[in-house]
Design a protein. Structure first.
Length: 464
């Protein structure tokens, strides 16, 4: 074992002596640090747009809508918008759904409208009383009675039990996050009861269970849906902390996993040259003079490549965390990741979740580095090994998608490119139906075995 680690030490010395290696580490540090800075710059230029949205959401001036309704002789619309303006009800006010139901402007998925359909009396008078008296407790009690045995009433009962009044302005900076989450619970529970298919029903139930867990366990900030992988896969983003969406350190830190792909390119450069360069430079002779088998030398080189990769990933994680704190402060440091899938709720700390995403992202890096390493063992040109590795990493997944979408070639599910992105597979966002983590791991293990056997055969049999 000591001989093996002395080989590894020798490989590290050779790699770290190169100026290109130092340059690679600097690039990783700059990219990791720069992600938060770039997001801060984007936010700076977007501040005016955000202010405009916020101003619109707190306004109860419906002059334009009233003028349009008069012009089009829309009596119902005119009465509705006049009522909103007279009672100072902005678009995010809890009273707006009641007004919509009063004037027949709501839809079948709105609880205020559905509850109104079950009421035998004059709903206009009832809801008008709730609005004029700001009687939110009476309104919630009415909803609980109207929904009967439905699970929808749990959200309203929670708010009543904890004396949490609804928001006059849901986008206010001091808005209670529990109102937004309770609203998510009731809306999705109601939609699950009315869903037309099992998939939609389960999705709504899962979102409702996530919201319920947060309310029961006082999880004020949930970073689920905020990572780049989840946003690209079309996941809903329940990154709620009360008020208009706040940009905190998690906004930046959770997207920093995208830097791992960049690290993959750099590791391919190291993996593609670590063997081929020994033969092209003639330095392999000095290695083979020592009383160590070719197998040990090969494994020491591979171990060095992989460990350098994970050193870079850990470095990226630490630098991204530091830069996110520097640019966005320490607000909501105790945030959690809460997500429900098929009725099972996962809940971990934000730091643990993001580290898990780094590890999942690293799988593709390891696979492509191993591929470049195998090519490096059978060719003399390190540039060829590096080029093939980068090409495979950049184009492999796209090629599989083209084959599936354009030519409906289902055999692509068995390729390494369709199984290496464990992040999207874990979220069920794959182009091949029925693809699971277990299947993906099996495909990865088989391909890795082929790559390593190719590397071993090429290195052991190769003439000096």
């Amino acid at each position: 074992m000591n001989k093996f680690f002395s080989l590894v030490k020798n490989e590290y010395i050779k790699i770290l002596k190169k100026k290109s290696t130092l340059f690679i580490f600097i690039l990783v540090a700059v990219f990791a640090f720069g992600m938060a800075g770039l997001m801060k710059i984007v936010m700076y230029f977007d501040e005016d747009g955000l202010a405009d949205v916020k101003e619109e959401m707190v306004s109860y001036d419906y002059s334009d809508e009233i003028a349009t309704a008069k012009e089009e002789k829309d009596e119902k619309g005119l009465n509705y918008h006049t009522y909103l303006q007279d009672n100072k009800i902005n678009p995010t006010n809890w009273k707006k759904p009641l007004a919509q139901a009063m004037f027949g402007m709501g839809d079948m998925y709105d609880t205020a409208t559905v509850a109104a359909l079950t009421y035998d009396g004059d709903i206009y008078t009832l809801y008008d009383g709730f609005i004029k008296n700001s009687d939110w407790k009476g309104y919630y009690e009415f909803l609980i009675k109207s929904v009967g045995d439905s699970e929808v009433k749990w959200g309203y009962q929670f708010l009543l039990d904890h004396d949490i009044a609804p928001e006059e302005n849901s986008f206010a900076d001091d808005a209670d996050w529990r109102n937004a989450v309770a609203n998510t619970y009731t809306e999705n529970t109601f939609m699950a009861e009315m869903a037309g298919n099992d998939k939609q029903k389960q999705k709504c139930k899962d979102m409702a269970l996530t919201a319920k867990y947060r309310l029961e366990n006082d999880v004020s900030v949930n970073i689920a849906g905020s990572s780049l992988a989840e946003m690209e896969s079309g996941q809903d983003s329940p990154y709620e902390s009360g008020g208009i969406e706040k940009q905190t350190m998690w906004s930046s830190f959770s997207t920093s996993t995208s830097v791992v792909s960049f690290i993959g390119l750099l590791i391919i450069v190291i993996a593609g040259g670590i063997i081929a360069s020994e033969f092209s430079n003639g330095t392999i002779k000095f290695l083979l003079i020592n009383p160590r088998t070719r197998g040990k030398i090969l494994f020491a080189k591979y171990f060095t490549v992989i460990t350098i990769g994970y050193i870079m990933i850990i470095l990226c994680y630490i630098i991204s965390l530091i830069s996110s704190v520097i640019f966005f402060g320490t607000s909501d440091m105790g945030a959690m990741y809460v997500q429900t899938s098929a009725g099972v709720t996962k809940h971990v700390s934000g730091f643990t979740y993001i580290f898990e995403q780094y590890l999942l992202s690293s799988v593709y890096v390891v696979v492509m580095a191993t591929f470049a390493f195998a090519i490096s063992s059978v060719v003399k040109s390190s540039s060829l090994a590096i080029g093939l590795g980068i090409f495979a990493m950049s184009m492999g997944e796209n090629a599989v998608q083209i084959l599936k979408k354009a030519f409906n070639v289902d055999a692509g599910r068995y390729t390494i490119f369709a199984n290496s992105n464990l992040q999207t597979i874990a979220m069920g966002q794959t182009i091949f139906p029925g693809q699971t983590i277990g299947f993906a791991i099996a495909v990865i293990v088989i391909h890795m075995a082929v790559f390593l056997l190719t590397a071993w055969d090429g290195f052991v049999r190769r003439d000096v």
